[in-house]
Design a protein around this ligand. Structure first.
Ligand SMILES: Nc1ncnc2c1ncn2[C@@H]1O[C@H](COP(=O)(O)OP(=O)(O)OP(=O)(O)O)[C@@H](O)[C@H]1O
Length: 399
């Protein structure tokens, strides 16, 4: 296998587009695990988020998907700075907010808001809707006290609730309406970025579409950037032009919606997709074959060596235990972290990453090899990438 080096410029308007609203680089969150007993020593770490990088542009949406426990919510909580990361950068409008203290964070709380999964649990049942939505306005001194009610009513109207219901309590609303209250509260301070953590999974399917449409309308009207956390690929499909798939604390595949849904290269993404009902295929009487993943998700306290997915991967070989696959750009807006990256049914027999990493097919370092230093593992997309025509690793202009 000969790695070619002819780099090709993407030459698209996007390549030269503006700076991202949010840029996350090598984000890491290790929660300490303490021993029991009197002296509680740290005996290990839950590697909840481990080296995650991505970008969100103003008015754009990135969907973050993966099974329960893969670190999606923790990523959202780090970005909203409800938690402080162990390492990494969270650049919001060009400024790293990863290590800011409470006082420095206060003005930022206006700009980055979160919508939670459980619309009831996240609203104080003893407070009226007026208080719930209006309190941030008072705390941040956004409008004079006398105007708070009018602003609350305006917000209730924006989210499709009756403005006259400001005096009611959360339990007097349905699940969908309560989520609208949560959205109104998140909008109160006119944020630039909304982290929506499974915002519709607790709702009836019939209501889900309404809330998604509302989030979309609001995005268009206020040009808000979204990080949309969901555990399955069906929900984010209609909402997010870009999707990142996480497994055990790492992004294993990220790319434009079409690349992820129609040209997924990672076996984990392919397995998740096989569980998503496919309308087109159903229309022609076919069904996507379901890929069953064997075994459980391993513990993030002691994740597998090399590729974290290898213990459940149907493609795994020696190299997967020996070397961690880097997140490599394989298309204009598409990256994947797999030694055997390829579309479903077309995975190569030899590890496509080996020549780039300077290792043999078992992952043993080759003394005379010159590994490629630039594997495009930054937060965005480069204007060159790797293509695999005929399973050869070349840098090229494949779509
Ligand atoms: N405060 C904490 N202390 C210790 N471990 C934690 C803490 N918060 C999360 N974790 C662990 O970090 C890992 C990632 O959790 P996280 O909630 O981010 O995953 P998730 O993908 O959002 O899952 P879910 O969809 O179930 O919320 C899990 O193993 C979880 O148990």
């Amino acid at each position: 296998m000969t790695p070619a080096t002819d780099a090709v410029q993407a030459d698209t308007p996007e390549a030269a587009s503006s700076a991202p609203l949010l840029e996350v680089r090598d984000l890491q969150m290790y929660f300490p695990v303490k021993s029991s007993g009197l002296i509680r020593r740290t005996v290990g770490h839950v590697q909840a988020v481990d080296g995650v990088s991505f970008q969100v542009r103003a008015g754009d949406s990135l969907g973050l998907v993966g099974e329960s426990g893969c670190g999606k919510s923790t990523t959202g909580r780090l970005i909203t700075r409800l938690e402080k990361p162990t390492a990494g950068q969270i650049n919001f409008e060009g400024r790293d907010i990863a290590n800011l203290g409470a006082r420095q964070l206060k003005p930022l709380r206006r700009e980055i808001q979160m919508i939670f999964q459980d619309p009831y649990g996240s609203l104080n049942p003893r407070h009226t809707v007026g208080t719930i939505v209006g309190t941030p306005l008072a705390i941040h001194d956004v409008v004079p006290k006398k105007q708070i009610l009018a602003r609350v009513q305006e917000l209730l109207e924006i989210v499709g609730l009756n403005p006259e219901h400001y005096n009611r309590y959360p339990h007097e609303f349905s699940g969908g309406q309560r989520q609208r209250i949560g959205i109104a509260r998140a909008l109160t301070l006119q944020p630039k970025l909304l982290v929506a953590d499974e915002p519709v999974s607790a709702l009836d399917v019939s209501i889900q579409a309404q809330v998604i449409n509302l989030l979309q309308d609001i995005q268009r009207e206020f040009n808000i950037g979204y990080l949309f956390v969901a555990h399955d690929l069906a929900v984010v499909r209609h909402f997010c032009p870009e999707i990142a798939v996480m497994y055990l604390g790492k992004i294993v595949e990220i790319g434009e919606r079409d690349r992820i849904y129609n040209h997924a290269n990672h076996p984990y993404t392919q397995a998740l997709l096989s569980a998503v009902p496919d309308v087109k295929q159903a229309a022609i009487g076919g069904r996507r074959e379901r890929i069953q993943l064997t075994g459980d998700v391993p513990s993030p306290i002691n994740p597998p060596s090399g590729c974290r997915f290898r213990t459940r991967c149907p493609l795994a070989q020696d190299i997967c235990a020996a070397v961690e696959p880097p997140l490599i750009q394989i298309g204009r807006k598409h990256k994947v972290a797999c030694h055997f990256a390829g579309e479903l049914g077309q995975h190569p027999a030899e590890p496509v990453t080996a020549p780039l990493l300077g290792v043999d097919r078992h992952g043993e370092r080759l003394s005379d090899a010159s590994p490629d230093a630039d594997l495009g593992s930054g937060s965005g997309y480069g204007d060159t990438w790797y293509d695999f025509p005929g399973r050869r690793m070349v840098r090229g202009d494949g779509a």
